[in-house]
Design a protein around this ligand. Structure first.
Ligand SMILES: NC(=O)c1ccc[n+]([C@@H]2O[C@H](COP(=O)([O-])OP(=O)(O)OC[C@H]3O[C@@H](n4cnc5c(N)ncnc54)[C@H](OP(=O)(O)O)[C@@H]3O)[C@@H](O)[C@H]2O)c1
Length: 220
């Protein structure tokens, strides 16, 4: 399989959380982000061919996923959703950047048709989106580099499947707590030390008040 070079990038609190509470938009904690750190994120967006988030992030945060704080081109926006469950007024369906929705064979035809009036929709997988096949499709369509901007569940699936090359963290200098608050990587987690994904710190530096750490995934 060929796939894009893939980087997970996220704003993460000192206690490893992605947002204030389950179901709350991460835009709330991002209000505390320095302009310098926002620019770091947008510089990265401008360098890659594609930007992906899980469908729950679209439903909760309604992000634009465009380059706004620096000069540069918008990457193609990519969202996987098994049942084509994307609100029809979502910002990613607007024309400011290309968008591809990946869905499954199970997605209702009417929902797919409604989305197709605005963006491209690709069925990829029987019951759920087959992320391995999706990555192969993206690569063949010229998306050679990809950032994944969360959330917790899509990060887990991508890491579990060995589809991630780097993790970059914009550290948010506070603690939010909460047992059910999404962390950087959720899902069921690994069951043994044999399975855990090892990383190597490649860089660390400050952008404004934020420590940025860049981690390479070590493939055995
Ligand atoms: N701090 C940050 O940088 C940051 C960034 C992004 C998000 N967030 C926060 O993270 C939270 C959302 O995270 P989340 O973990 O609940 O959801 P998520 O990872 O954003 O999205 C999960 C959804 O992705 C879709 N999906 C499609 N194919 C999939 C597959 N093969 N495997 C897994 N998921 C697949 C599913 O939607 P369907 O049910 O439609 O199939 C699933 O429910 C929000 O609170 C948001 O604010 C924070």
């Amino acid at each position: 399989m060929s796939r894009p070079y893939t980087i997970i990038v996220s704003e993460v609190t000192v206690d490893g959380k992605l947002t204030l509470k389950k179901g709350v938009s991460s835009k709330e904690i991002m209000k505390f982000m320095d302009e310098d750190a926002v620019r770091y994120l947008h510089e990265l967006r401008a360098k890659v061919d594609g930007i992906m988030v899980g469908a729950e992030t679209i439903r909760t945060d309604n992000p634009f996923l465009t380059v706004r704080h620096v000069e540069g081109k918008n990457p193609t926006r990519i969202v996987p959703t098994a049942m084509a469950d994307i609100p029809i007024n979502a910002n990613i369906l607007e024309k400011d950047a290309p968008t591809i929705i990946f869905t499954s064979e199970k997605a209702p035809e009417d929902k797919v048709k409604n989305l197709e009036e605005k963006v491209e929709v690709i069925r990829c997988g029987d019951e759920k989106v087959d992320l391995v096949k999706m990555m192969d499709t993206l690569y063949k369509r010229g998306i050679k580099s990809l950032i994944v901007e969360g959330g917790s569940r899509i990060n887990w699936e991508m890491i579990r499947l060995g589809l991630v090359d780097e993790i970059r963290i914009i550290h948010m200098p506070f603690v939010v707590g909460g047992i059910s608050t999404p962390t950087l990587v959720g899902g069921e987690g690994f069951n043994s030390l044999d399975e855990i994904v090892k990383t190597k710190l490649r860089a660390h530096f400050m952008r404004g008040n934020h420590l940025i750490t860049e981690w390479e995934i070590i493939f055995d």
